[in-house]
Write a protein that binds this ligand. Structure first.
Ligand code: CR6
Length: 832
């Protein structure tokens, strides 16, 4: 990386700055040039993908000018760089977002039209990079947008998975997974940096010896060395003239061929090593709440953390030779525990490879690192079987032991004789098999620990990390999640964005607290009808896509009641189903019943190995089949499972919702971010007091939020006193009717056994208290129906929701990280 060739141009600090034209004519020229020189195509023979690629390259060129200027910050000693370590970045398609953020949308649209194409068609051509499972990965993507918008020097570090989250097909009502070959037609947004590459060791053992000066030296003799190559993607800030950097690592063999084997004629063996090395970044693990893991996943985590830290050290050494000052160059955020090996790896790099003493290394490690926790579910807290860890990372295990030894000394000094506490806080779990506890490692190695919503942080302090909180309360803080209004309103809901900007100006895009100005329009009938017109148009667009993808016709006039998110029992898609079944039975009992028409839309992927979640998908589709075709229902209820929920589909779905389902068991959803996207697009929420729902309700006002169910304290109390779901079943006739219908075979062509596991689980276990909240949910849904009948009042509530959602912009979250955790100054907004 230091082999820069000195030229006349390289002595100019800003380098060559060609500043490409962004007008229609210049864009038109650039697209044709790329079609010719990059895609090697004649216009007459070009496919839609060729045009998409040509346009994207033209847009990327224009982002590079700002990018090269931004990269310059990394050398400026005065500016601390935020390094966001995340195993997932769920970016969504780039083209539209980049056009919006750089302000090139109109020019691109006109240029494309002058070539006889439409921008819409080319936008549809993009295969989204699905490099994440759900909320956590999408949060990382929103944060990159905000970092660039707020002009904070930053790098997102992650993994360039060759296959992202699987594509979901629905066959006979079941989820079928297919490989996500997102790179198959090329990726115009990334730049491969073959020269930015690092070696990563794995396996083997360690040896100790004394060097020439008599000092103890440690050698790690690995069995394998893999190369990580940087692939960079520019991230446009919104009109900030800053382009942020996402650097993803791809694994490669250090040498593509084992020449010894090759010479011996064993051709296949010769490429083995290449295949194994490349497998590290092959595929994203499709679990959003991972349990005890697999060797390959640990290898992925170590691989990307090691490449990233080596890269940061290289950048730091460009500024200063003193690694004791590393924390002045970088603030490192660990997005959950997936990157928590960074604590041990930074220690290893500093001590073993750069000769720092342990204490100095520990001091700088701790003041650099910070940890965000994203879950309280005990089964989702990462821990690695000790033997597996030792086999892959023998040196890191020694380091973990040393960190632990010193840490437990501190614990016993603070709490003499408290053996139970020592056992709980240890980095090593020793009850029933030995494990390395990653949340403990991350907590000990960080100067700051945060949860992702107020309630979540409080529960974190009381439960999962209680011991750590008691010992070091000052480390803990909350940063409630946020979402970017650029992608989630400007791009996905242009009609709403236009109406808002026409009414209150455009400042809300970067200063969403200004949305409050909409409050006074909530009493303006013509504004309200324009508001409704926008929503109705979005609903019609979604209805058309539903018809195309599922064959189901839905009525855009009906209430669009939507639950899109990963399928998980704690999110309680089955509670939603129980409501649908109850309405169905009410209609069957009384075909004339006054039930305002509703369209229930579900979407979300189930982890391929999560049987119950997959059965829930099957049940949704089975109920849909019966309800949608029952003549007595007469179209009043429609049930739709929208296949392959992802960012692209989300952009169509959130803007079309009337009602947002946020119905998790209180205390289980750390924050949620879909809840924010819905409400920011004018949906009203039906929800429990869980995660960020609590704060959303506080902001929008309780009269504009449909609350039901047990709160987190009541959930804990009920569990403690002994929860018997069967009682709810026995005592509530409508609930019984709904469950009995499922087990009768009514929805499974008479096959009574099909849904038995789900029914049994509800009746005899119901870990997530669906039955306990059923009646309260039903009553709340009746309030929803009543409210929806008064369309004008509903629209007022919808406007007030949007007006009061400013807090949930990811810009606010990033500002809080800067102040509370990273100690990075916020620069004044860029004058547009
Ligand atoms: N699954 C939480 O469950 C939260 C996001 C982002 C999750 C969700 O409530 O909004 O993180 N947790 O903070 C994990 O991924 C471990 C999620 O997306």
């Amino acid at each position: 990386a230091n082999n820069t060739v000195k030229t006349a141009a390289s002595s100019q600090t800003q380098g060559h700055n060609p500043r490409r034209g962004v007008g229609t004519a210049a864009m038109n020229r650039a697209i044709l040039d790329h079609l010719h020189f990059t895609m090697a195509r004649l216009p007459a023979l070009a496919s839609r993908n060729d045009w998409y690629m040509a346009l994207s390259h033209a847009v990327r060129d224009r982002m590079l000018d700002d990018w090269l200027a931004s990269l310059h910050h990394f050398r400026n000693k005065e500016l601390k760089v935020v390094s966001y370590l995340s195993a997932e970045f769920l970016l969504g398609p780039h083209l539209g977002n980049n056009l919006i953020n750089t302000g090139m949308w109109d020019a691109a649209r006109d240029a494309v039209e002058s070539l006889g194409l439409t921008l819409e068609d080319l936008l549809r051509q993009e295969e989204e990079p699905g490099l994440g499972n759900g909320g956590l990965g999408r949060l990382a993507a929103c944060y990159l947008d905000s970092l660039a918008t707020l002009r904070i020097p930053s790098i997102g570090y992650g993994i360039r998975y060759e296959f992202g989250i699987f594509d979901q097909l629905i066959r006979d009502g079941w989820q079928v997974e297919t490989a996500d070959k997102w790179l198959k037609f090329g990726n115009p947004w990334e730049i491969c940096r073959s020269e930015i590459a690092y070696e990563v060791k794995m396996g083997g053992h360690t040896e100790y010896h004394h060097d020439a000066d008599g000092r103890l030296a440690i050698a790690w003799l690995p069995v394998k060395v893999i190369k990580g190559v940087a692939y960079d993607t520019p991230i446009a800030g919104y009109r900030s003239r800053i382009t942020g950097l996402l650097r993803l690592w791809k694994s490669e063999a250090v040498e593509s061929f084992n020449f010894q084997a090759f010479n011996a004629g064993e051709y296949y063996h010769a490429v083995d090593e290449k295949v194994v090395s490349e497998s590290i970044t092959k595929v994203l693990y499709p679990n959003d709440e991972p349990g005890v893991g697999k060797l390959l996943r640990l290898a992925q985590q170590y691989f990307f953390v090691s490449c990233s830290l080596q890269d940061m050290i290289r950048v730091h050494l460009l500024r200063s030779p003193r690694l004791e000052e590393f924390d002045q160059t970088f603030a490192v955020q660990m997005n959950d525990t997936h990157p928590s090996l960074a604590v041990a790896e930074l220690m290893r790099l500093l001590v073993d490879e750069h000769g720092l003493g342990w204490d100095a290394a520990w001091k700088v490690t701790r003041s650099t690192m910070a940890y965000t926790n994203h879950t309280l579910l005990p089964e989702a807290l990462e821990k690695w079987p000790l033997q597996l860890f030792a086999n892959l990372l023998p040196r890191h295990l020694e380091i973990v032991y040393e960190i632990n030894r010193r840490f437990l000394d501190e614990v016993s000094q603070a709490y003499p004789g408290d053996q139970a506490r020592l056992a709980r806080m240890s980095l090593i779990e020793e009850t029933g098999g030995k494990f390395v506890r990653m949340a403990n490692l991350a907590s000990v190695g960080s100067h700051a620990i945060n949860g992702v919503a107020h309630l979540h942080t409080e529960l974190l302090k009381e439960t999962v990390l209680a011991d750590f909180y008691q010992m070091t309360p000052g480390k803990f803080c909350n940063v409630t999640n946020g979402v970017t209004p650029r992608r989630w309103v400007l791009l996905s809901n242009p009609g709403l964005a236009r109406l808002i900007s026409e009414s209150i100006g455009e400042e809300w895009v970067t200063a969403p607290e200004k949305l409050r100005k909409l409050e006074r329009f909530a009493s303006d009938p013509s504004f309200l009808s324009a508001w409704r017109w926008v929503k109705d148009a979005n609903k019609r667009a979604l209805a058309a896509t539903i018809l195309e993808r599922t064959g189901v016709t839905v009525d855009p006039e009906s209430l669009f009641d939507i639950q899109v998110k990963r399928i998980h029992e704690y999110k309680r898609q089955h509670l939603n189903l129980l409501h649908i079944l109850t309405l169905y039975h009410r209609i069957k009992r009384d075909p004339g019943a006054q039930i305002p028409p509703r369209t229930f839309i579900f979407g979300g992927k189930a982890a391929p190995g999560y049987f119950m979640a997959k059965l829930i998908i099957k049940l949704i589709n089975s109920v849909a089949e019966v309800v949608n075709t029952d003549p007595e229902v007469a179209g009043r209820l429609k049930v739709v499972f929208f296949p392959d929920f992802n960012v692209t589909n989300g952009q169509l779905i959130y803007p079309a919702a009337d009602l947002s389902e946020q119905i998790s068991t209180s205390g289980k959803e750390a924050s949620g971010t879909g809840n924010m996207k819905f409400s920011l697009n004018g949906a009203l929420t039906i929800g429990t007091l869980d995660g960020a729902n609590v704060e959303i309700r506080e902001e929008v006002g309780e009269e504009n939020f449909f609350l039901f169910g047990l709160n987190a304290t009541e959930v804990q109390a009920l569990k403690k006193s002994g929860y018997h779901p069967g009682r709810f079943y026995e005592e509530d006739g409508e609930l019984r009717e709904a469950i009995d219908a499922v087990r009768s075979g009514l929805f499974s062509h008479g096959d009574a056994g099909l849904f038995q596991p789900l029914v049994d689980h509800l009746l005899y276990d119901d870990e997530y208290l669906a039955l306990a909240d059923y009646r309260s949910y039903l009553e709340c849904q009746e309030r929803v129906s009543t409210a929806f009948r008064q369309r004008e009042l509903w629209s007022v509530k919808s406007v007030l929701n949007v007006a009061r959602m400013g807090k949930f912009s990811s810009d606010r979250s990033i500002r809080e990280y800067c102040e509370k955790i990273w100690k990075v100054p916020i620069r004044p907004p860029f004058p547009h």
